[in-house]
Design a protein around this ligand. Structure first.
Ligand code: ANZ
Ligand code: ZN
Ligand code: ZN
Length: 832
């Protein structure tokens, strides 16, 4: 059928419709009109020199089908695309190959948008943005200044994560199991540096409340919840006589105040900024030695560590009984969780137990199980279950769970303790010692200290005249660094750190609503009209990075009065990813990367789109397959040819029934992202049209419309050919007419389908088990069902003669007496 295949000139059709869409601004939208708005968005890509691969194409196809579907269903759909264009690869290319990062980035964007357009995605291109444009990052800087004004920005020297390959510090969220999130195999080092932070923790409580994102996937909510780590406990004050001679109050955070009588020592974090103040002269050498050999630990690594420490020389007073306990410095206490110091109860906490054993510190049991007695000398691990209190003075015999509240009340009354909610979430470290990012709008002045750049002087543009090599290139921009202090006019120094690129992506969805505004970050009315995003599509790897940061920014911008909603997106859809044909993740080194452009040239954009969403449900992973895309390509060709040979006239009742049923199901499937099932249905619907051979125009338009969201180019072409008015992309989605669905015959067809399935199975078994080809098939059906089973159609479907007998037919051929086994709806089958 090679001649037929030549009939479709995919690239010609694609070019024609892509041009028309662009010329007639088909997908451009504004805030006018009566239609309800709908905002569909995919997480925007980082434009690298390698271009998009089919994994990206998969995500965009998922979003585009949805956007087209909503548009045809009467919504005013905003569907924009842009580029998250600051980042490391551009800068690395500059270091390695001497390419200017701006040129690298602009070239990459050119190729990306060429690829985007080739896929026939229905973006409103008039809204596009690139985060490396100063007209965009000006507003990153503006937000930074607003946060500074509100006390949400600060600079702090502390132990931070450093990736030697990135050559910069990273935020906690960007350290995954101790490794850099980009360089999975590179473990981060700890450095003590002064860095800029955003106080995301001010929003911890609200971020831990998921009621306004109830429709987000449970997995994402769970990951975020764990990351935010809300913990209910008690803060308890201990008096410490400092080596300086002063009395000081040090607090600890505990979830187990019921164990307070079991404290035998305290442990302060070896990374605590005030550790040395606790250390007596005689202990100084030992402590310094210990701290020096310590590499810092992340929360995840704590459990794996050998619990080590050293005595500080100081003692603390247990506020409940006045007992004096030694204060140790330890490697298993985090400096930036709770108060950086813990009350250690070795009998009931495993970490404390191991520590006490290592250093022969006494262990004191204060909880005994209800049904047996534990003995300190025989303990091989901490007793962490519940029981009744012992050695706890007036609280003896209390159930320990009840004592938690009771002891907290007691401490609160005595003003040495209080209820406290503690979060694991840390402030967001946003400064990076890199060039290709948003400059932090700060000037350091020797008189005034840290001075924000005046709003009217924004943007602080990246200087072009820098040297790439070792260290932060911005340090080499001498003329740029030198600047007058905005406050006193003396000579100051520009901040040379740039912002984490996750800052850029934390509010881009808002800028799409008003991307050309040069007076304000955006027009609030426009944002209030379009936002929040109705359907956001992205990967699950961003659960505790982008998905968290974007929520934080949304809440902050709401709080400074820019809009009234609380969350960036009503729904979040997490897509699966496309693996190479070999089942591995697509990567250059494995040579299994597929460029969508190559596939489009070979098979057409619509074949690619259809294949990407027909293999599996869009939220699961699947393997690329050349056969698969060929299959989609064949289907489209068959579909087009069949439609061209249809006779226009009247649709049969069967066709109308099938069509309306399919409209109902396909609508439902698309609404729920079951595109693969929608396509199966669409294919069988196409077969019905072919079988019937004749159709009314409007039924045919409906078929083409259903097809068009998956295959928009061929869809437009067909729609035009069969006399549809205007763009199919802007036409109304077919509505199911329930009255036309003939449930009786639908059920009968299902029966026939299942009989065909049974016959095929029997033939297969005969072939595999007995090496025989069944040549003739005999069917024994209930007398009132004879009509349902057409011998002719069955024969053509199973590829051999099928004879149909009523079970009471005296002349039937039934050597095995199978007619007796027939049931209504389940005919007996005999093959010979
Ligand atoms: C005494 C105690 C006794 C504790 C006991 C537990 C069991 P979550 O649930 O994670 O909040 N802790 C407090 N601050 C810490 C820090 N900076 N680094 C490491 N550990 C710290 O855990 C709270 C518990 O973790 C607190 O309760 C404290 O140990 C420890 F039988 O206090 B507990
Ligand atoms: Zn790295
Ligand atoms: Zn000054």
């Amino acid at each position: 059928m090679a001649d037929k295949e030549n009939k479709i000139n995919f690239s010609k059709i694609e070019k024609k419709w892509q041009e028309k869409w662009e010329q007639e601004k088909v997908f451009e939208v504004d805030e006018k009109g009566k239609k309800p708005k709908y905002y569909v968005l995919e997480q925007f890509p980082y434009p690298s020199a390698t271009g998009l691969h089919v994994g990206h194409a998969f995500v965009y196809t998922i979003g585009d089908i949805f956007a087209r579907f909503k548009r045809m269903n009467g919504f005013n759909v905003m569907y924009p695309m842009g580029y998250d264009s600051f980042g490391l690869p551009a800068e690395n290319a500059a270091v390695k190959a001497g390419i200017n990062p701006k040129k690298y980035t602009n070239d990459a964007i050119k190729y990306f948008s060429k690829q985007h357009k080739a896929l026939g995605l229905s973006y409103d291109w008039s809204r596009t943005l690139s985060t490396h444009d100063s007209s965009y990052y000006k507003w990153d800087q503006w937000i930074f200044l607003k946060m500074l004004e509100k006390g949400l920005v600060y600079q702090k020297k502390s132990a931070v994560n450093w990736c030697g390959k990135c050559n910069t510090v990273l935020a906690n969220e960007q350290v995954h199991s101790g490794n850099c999130w980009i360089h999975g195999d590179t473990s981060v080092e700890i450095k003590h540096l002064s860095q800029w932070y955003l106080k995301i923790t001010d929003y911890a409580e609200e971020l831990a409340d998921f009621s306004s994102v109830a429709e987000w996937p449970d997995l994402i909510k769970k990951l975020q919840k764990n990351w935010i780590g809300k913990s209910h406990g008690t803060e308890i004050d201990f008096e410490i006589e400092m080596p300086s001679g002063k009395e000081e109050t040090w607090s600890v955070f505990t979830t187990r105040p019921d164990t307070i009588y079991g404290i035998t020592f305290m442990v302060v974090s070896a990374q605590h900024s005030r550790l040395m103040e606790l250390v007596t002269d005689s202990q100084k050498k030992d402590v310094e030695k210990f701290v020096k050999k310590l590499s810092s630990v992340s929360q995840e690594d704590i459990d794996k560590l050998d619990k080590e420490g050293v005595f500080t020389g100081s003692y603390a007073i247990n506020p409940i009984n006045g007992e004096k306990v030694p204060v140790w410095a330890g490697n298993f206490v985090l400096a930036d969780y709770g108060c950086g110091m813990v009350m250690a109860v070795p009998a009931h906490d495993q970490r404390d137990f191991e520590f006490a054993k290592n250093y022969k510190i006494p262990i004191k049991i204060v909880i005994q199980p209800d049904d047996y007695e534990i003995n300190v000398d025989k303990m091989s691990r901490a007793y962490t279950s519940d029981g009744r209190l012992v050695g706890s003075s007036e609280f003896d015999k209390w159930n320990n769970r009840n004592a938690i509240d009771e002891i907290t009340k007691y401490l609160t009354k005595k003003k040495v303790g209080r209820k406290k909610i503690q979060y694991k979430l840390r402030d967001w470290l946003v400064s990076r010692q890199r060039y290709w990012g948003t400059p932090i709008p700060i000037v350091h002045c020797s008189k005034c200290g840290v001075v924000p750049v005046n709003e009217k002087d924004l943007p602080v543009e990246l200087p072009e005249n820098v040297k790439f090599g070792k260290g932060n290139p911005l340090e080499t921009a001498r003329d740029w660094i030198k600047v007058k202090c905005p406050k006193c006019g003396c000579e100051g120094r520009r901040e040379t750190d740039t912002m984490d690129t996750f800052v850029n992506s934390s509010w881009y969805y808002l800028r799409y609503c008003d991307n050309k505004n040069d007076k304000n970050i955006f027009d609030s009315k426009k944002v209030q009209y379009w936002c929040p995003i109705d359907m956001y599509i992205g990967g699950k790897e961003h659960a505790c990075m982008h998905d968290l940061y974007i929520r934080f920014y949304t809440k902050f911008l709401r709080d400074i009065g820019l809009f009234e909603f609380d969350e960036p997106a009503v729904k979040l859809f997490v897509q699966g990813f496309v693996q190479g044909e070999d089942g591995n993740k697509m990567s250059k080194s494995l040579g299994n990367v597929i460029d969508p452009i190559d596939m489009i040239k070979k098979y057409g954009a619509d074949s690619l789109r259809m294949f990407l969403v027909s293999v599996a449900s869009p939220d699961s992973n699947f393997n690329w397959s050349d056969k698969g895309i060929q299959g989609s390509n064949k289907f489209i060709i068959k579909f087009v040819n069949a439609i061209e040979s249809l006779k226009f006239g009247k649709s049969s009742g069967r066709l109308e029934s099938k069509l309306n049923k399919a409209i109902k199901e396909i609508t439902d499937y698309i609404e729920n992202f079951k595109y693969n099932l929608a396509i199966i249905k669409l294919r069988s619907l196409a077969d019905v049209f072919i079988e019937e051979g004749e159709t009314s125009k409007s039924d045919l338009w409906d078929l083409v419309k259903l097809f068009s969201v998956f295959c928009p180019h061929v869809g437009e072409e067909l729609f035009e050919k069969v006399g549809g008015k205007g763009f199919v992309s802007l036409s109304d989605w077919p509505v199911c007419d329930e009255k036309k669905i003939d449930e009786k015959s639908e059920k009968e067809e299902q029966q026939v389908d299942s009989v065909v399935g049974d016959i095929m199975n029997i033939l297969k078994i005969l072939r595999e088990k007995q090496g025989k080809e069944g040549e003739n098939v005999y069917l024994y059906v209930m007398p009132n069902e004879v009509e349902i089973y057409s011998s002719e159609r069955l024969s053509s479907r199973v590829g051999r003669p099928v004879k149909v007998f009523a079970v009471n037919d005296k002349d039937k051929h039934d050597p095995k007496g199978l007619a007796g086994k027939s049931k209504p709806g389940r005919p007996g089958i005999f093959v010979e």
